[in-house]
Design a protein around this ligand. Structure first.
Ligand SMILES: Nc1ncnc2c1ncn2[C@@H]1O[C@H](COP(=O)(O)OP(=O)(O)O)[C@@H](O)[C@H]1O
Ligand SMILES: [Mg+2]
Length: 352
């Protein structure tokens, strides 16, 4: 993470989808109720949770964060609820959990869907009654914490499948903030790109950022952005620092830093990495690898189609007729695919 990032909690965006969500954030922030933040990776869930805290009456109390996906069950439990000295081998001292540290403040639980059933049950009890015991302890601790939980999974579906407690979901879902992915707010893409590029230029002590040429703008608008704003930031910062002449506009965007003809092949059965680089021999990209079953055939085929469409578009420098030739499709067939997967930006509709 860039050093400048630590204090940069500003959320940028003026698209209708984004503005509507920010208004919802401002309205729910002052309420002392749990909030669930849902969104694909890189959509700003952590930034939104900080905003919920700093716009609440708890703003001058602790804002504590924990990622539930990075710790094994027992460690997650002691991190959340703390433990008493001697509660297990190596526990020489009492350890305060995040629920205790966040007293009178907010606790952000990232990737909550990954918490085990036992931890979910303990969390539910803290939300309902504001109390818990440290691991290995008998004393009941009271705490007053505003919980903000985030996930990129469909929690109601997780609950139906028995992987998430329905009652915890009900309690968390007092209000649900669903962040739009970047492809649902194309109006923001170039603004964000300019913002990240300017910031990176300043970091590199360059005078001025000359901007993106129309072709680079079109590439940015047509990219599907699976990693959303985090991916955009990386792509832009890389493009800026790699500029050969810092006074010339950026002409081309490199989306995949792994792109190289010498990239190692995926082992059979492994998922195929995103093939964004023009690869010298298409067959070497591992598409023909033996599939690992069971698999969702239609989803796999769609994924492969998207990858090859994007590869061909880039190799053809976004000329759709050339891309169609590369894929041995008619121009209209290619257009059909691009529309199906929304890989076509509005401004290139008339291009051929
Ligand atoms: N609307 C936005 N404006 C500016 N930066 C953003 C915005 N949304 C996300 N970011 C940046 O993108 C990166 C990912 O955001 P983060 O909140 O960690 O996403 P998530 O938790 O959903 O994965 C961070 O560097 C963050 O600063
Ligand atoms: Mg995150």
């Amino acid at each position: 993470m860039a050093p400048a990032d630590h204090n940069d909690l500003s959320l940028l965006g003026s698209s209708p989808a984004f503005v509507a969500v920010m208004e919802q954030v401002s309205r729910v922030a002052p309420l002392d109720r749990p909030v669930l933040v849902i969104g694909e990776r890189g959509t700003g869930k952590e930034l939104v949770s900080a905003r919920l805290h700093y716009l609440s009456r708890r703003w001058d109390r602790p804002f504590v964060k924990l990622n539930c996906a990075t710790l094994a069950e027992s460690l997650l439990e002691t991190e959340l609820f703390g433990h008493e000295a001697g509660s297990f081998t190596g526990a020489t001292r009492r350890h305060l959990g995040r629920f205790e540290i966040a007293h009178e403040g907010s606790l952000f639980l990232d990737e909550l869907a990954n918490a085990s059933a036992r931890v979910q049950e303990k969390i539910l009890r803290v939300i309902e009654y504001g109390e818990f015991e440290r691991v290995g302890g008998r004393e009941t601790i009271r705490t007053n914490v505003r919980l903000v939980a985030a996930t990129n999974l469909d929690l109601p579906a997780e609950a139906r499948a028995g992987r998430f407690r329905e009652d915890l979901l009900d309690r968390l879902a007092f209000d649900v903030i669903t962040l739009p992915p970047l492809r649902a707010r194309p109006e923001d893409i170039l603004d964000l790109a300019d913002h990240f590029a300017t910031r990176m230029s300043q970091e590199l002590r360059r005078e001025l950022f000359p901007g993106f040429a129309p072709r680079a703008q079109r590439q940015l608008l047509e990219h599907p952005w699976p990693g959303n704003v985090r991916e955009l930031r990386n792509v832009i910062e890389r493009a800026v620092y790699r500029m050969e002449d810092p006074d010339e506009e950026i002409e081309d965007i490199l989306f995949d830093p792994f792109a190289s003809p010498w990239r190692p092949r995926a082992a059979p059965g492994e998922s195929v990495p995103s093939a964004s680089a023009p690869s010298p021999t298409p067959a070497s990209a591992g598409i023909a690898a033996v599939p690992r079953l069971p698999c969702d055939l239609r989803a796999e085929v769609e994924r492969i189609e998207i990858e090859w469409l994007q590869t061909a578009m880039r190799q053809a420098r976004f000329n759709q007729r050339k891309a169609a030739e590369l894929l041995q499709l008619s121009y209209h067939q290619l257009r059909g695919y691009l529309r199906k997967y929304r890989l076509v930006g509005a401004e290139s509709e008339d291009e051929g």
